[in-house]
Design a protein around this ligand. Structure first.
Ligand code: G6P
Length: 612
């Protein structure tokens, strides 16, 4: 949610900033802007995407070695010119970019208005920059000290970077609740919301902690203090990311690239954790907590969006294999509904970005009640990864497309490994079945390859349904979360209304919607409650609904009933979500492309939702 890039050093700042914004655009794309320090502060901003900003800047003087840049996902005020970042202070000597929400901004604004300040925008950000300026002028302190004092008055979340016309060698960065990474070059610094804009310049990074203020002066060492004025020692880490992971690699969209990467990403999620021939499964990150998990009364999974769907698959896996009771909660509901959490309860947070505000808040709440917090995150060093007691990374590689694809299958992979390990320890799984499942899991990347190579089947089906207004997705058992995820993918990127439902629940409502114009996607694979799903298909057929079915290779029964079928290889029932989700991702992708939608940056969405 909002992308921040900044540079201070001896290179030209603009090319670094604009490239960084392009990499971060998945975080928000309502408006974009740049401020450069070059004989005074210059600010350029526009409503719209980074490409439009780039065009707008083609004939401008973009000289300067210090700069800040921002791509916005609107919270306070509509996405227009005045609300776009950077924002000036009243005297125009400060310029700020901000990600997050200042909750007490109205109160602060009132005070500043009384002191003679006027405001151009509706943003909380402009309030903050004026508060900093007011402190600087009244207290006669340096900029970093004014920032520190101001942040003590702020309630809410922020990642900020500030540039001052009076400090030609320095920028100030600070965070609380919203991520900020500092890249350390030879004699320069890079700042960004995540490491993607930094990786091509340096692998040495410092992840700012909450309430830390960084003073970045070119040619000098990084200085860190917290807002209580304690000096901090920067902890420098090495980035493991590769530049090629951030490029489209010949694909038209990141989403298509990421869908097609799933054989590799699932393999990476299992790497070093699974050895079927030795009957070994282990997750290094949670080894010390295995007995705690086994001793827990239940596991509460908290997550949002696609990660919540992975959590549902997790519930089925943990209960089925390890016989541990599981509840899956939307993090946003959990945090506000006074949940019963006791000491020793295990809370498992799932998050691709590791930055989702609601999930982070749910963790803090559970932690305050004495729960053990485990995490499954994709982004290394992310806030959620750092807030948990232990956890396992998914290692799917950077996911740039806003609609989550490879992160989902990687999350389900890690959940499967966890459930198998716990089942083994608890003795709830016969040895032969355990070993069979490990072999099947190890072979899954090959089966994913076969699913991906569908000879144009999903593309053809997409062409038949691209103009409809509604879609229904139905599945049972392990395929129910798949139905939810399929529907979510379609609505996110094609803007077609889609609902996922447990197939048998259809007759309690959605069946009323079925007529000859309603496509119904059934996940009707041969394991589990197949016969019951076949009955549900007949109920739809009897009402002239159009049936698209994901079936197991060689299926004949459903093939006779369905209008269109997509085959996936046979596998163990609990592994089906990792195969069956993929054609639904592709179906959504092709429909969205055929409708002319921007699949990588769907309207109103953001990849990393750092506001509640
Ligand atoms: C946003 C993204 C979704 C994602 C959800 C949860 O809505 O657009 O793709 O599933 O946030 O994000 P997380 O990073 O916590 O998995």
């Amino acid at each position: 949610m909002c992308g921040i890039v900044a540079y201070v050093g001896y290179k030209q700042a603009y090319p670094i900033l604009i490239k960084g914004l392009e990499r971060l655009e998945y975080r928000g794309y309502d408006s974009a802007g740049v401020a450069l320090l070059n004989h005074g502060l210059k600010t350029y901003k526009i409503p719209g995407k980074v490409a439009e900003l780039k065009r707008f800047l083609e004939d401008k003087d973009l000289d300067g070695n210090l700069g800040i840049a921002h791509t916005r996902w609107a919270t306070h005020g509509e996405p227009n010119f005045t609300n776009a970042h950077p924002h000036y202070s009243q005297t125009k000597s400060l310029s700020i970019i901000h990600n997050g929400i200042i909750e007490n901004y109205a109160l602060l604004k009132e005070e500043l208005i009384k002191r003679g300040y006027t405001f151009n925008s509706d943003t909380d950000t402009e309030v903050l920059v004026n508060l900093i300026e007011d402190i600087q002028l009244n207290e006669q302190v340096l900029l970093d000290e004014a920032v520190r004092i101001a942040l003590n008055q702020v309630v809410g979340a922020y990642a900020i970077v500030i540039l001052s016309a009076d400090s030609p060698n320095t920028i100030i960065a600070a965070r609380k609740g919203s991520p900020l990474v500092i890249g350390i070059g030879d004699d320069d610094f890079y700042v960004a919301s995540d490491a993607t804009p930094i990786v091509e310049y340096t692998k040495n990074v410092v992840y700012l902690e909450d309430e830390e203020v960084a003073v970045l002066t070119r040619g000098e060492k990084l200085k860190l203090r917290d807002i209580k004025n304690h000096e901090k020692t920067p902890y420098i880490q090495q980035l493991e990311m590769n530049l090629s992971e951030l490029e489209k690699g010949g694909y038209e969209h990141f989403m298509l690239k990421e869908i097609n990467e799933q054989s590799r990403s699932v393999k990476d999620s299992m790497r070093g954790r699974l050895n079927a021939s030795k009957a070994l499964v282990s997750l290094g990150g949670i080894v010390d907590y295995e007995q705690t998990i086994l001793a827990a009364n239940r596991i509460v999974i908290v997550a949002c969006g696609t990660s919540w769907h992975a959590g549902l698959v997790g519930e089925y896996l943990f209960e089925d294999l390890a016989r541990i009771p599981v509840e899956v909660e939307y993090a946003s509901e959990f945090r506000y509904r006074n949940p019963i959490i006791n000491e020793g309860d295990v809370v498992l947070a799932i998050s691709q970005s590791g930055e989702t505000a609601d999930t982070l808040a749910a963790i803090e709440l559970a932690k305050s009640k004495g729960a053990i917090i485990l995490g499954i995150c994709n982004v290394v060093g992310s806030s959620i990864a750092r807030a948990t007691h232990a956890g396992s990374y998914t290692h799917a590689g950077p996911e740039i497309g806003v609609a989550s694809t490879k992160a989902f299958t990687a999350q389900v992979t890690v959940l499967t490994l966890m459930a198998l390990r716990l089942a083994e320890l608890k003795g709830t799984i016969p040895r032969s079945r355990f070993i069979r499942l490990l072999h099947e899991l190890e072979d899954l990347p090959n089966k994913i390859e076969r699913v991906l190579d569908d000879k144009g089947a999903t593309k053809f089906i997409a062409s038949q349904f691209k103009d409809v207004h509604n879609f229904l997705y139905l599945g049972r058992g392990y395929n129910f979360p798949v139905a939810l995820e399929g529907a979510l993918k379609l609505k996110e990127i094609s803007y077609i209304h889609a609902e996922g439902y447990p197939a048998a629940e259809m007759k309690h409502g959605p069946i009323a919607l079925i007529d000859e114009n309603m496509p119904v996607v059934f996940i009707a694979t041969s394991k589990g409650i197949y016969d019951k799903v076949v009955s549900n298909i007949m109920e739809v057929k009897a009402r002239s609904g159009k049936i698209i079915a994901v079936v197991t290779e060689g299926d004949t029964t459903v093939r006779e009933l369905a209008d269109y079928v997509i085959e996936i290889p046979e596998t163990e029932e609990m592994l089906i979500p990792m195969l069956a989700t993929i054609p639904l991702q592709k179906l959504a992708y092709y429909i969205a492309v055929m409708r002319g939608c921007n699949v990588d940056m769907p309207r109103n969405l953001a990849k990393s939702v750092t506001v509640e």
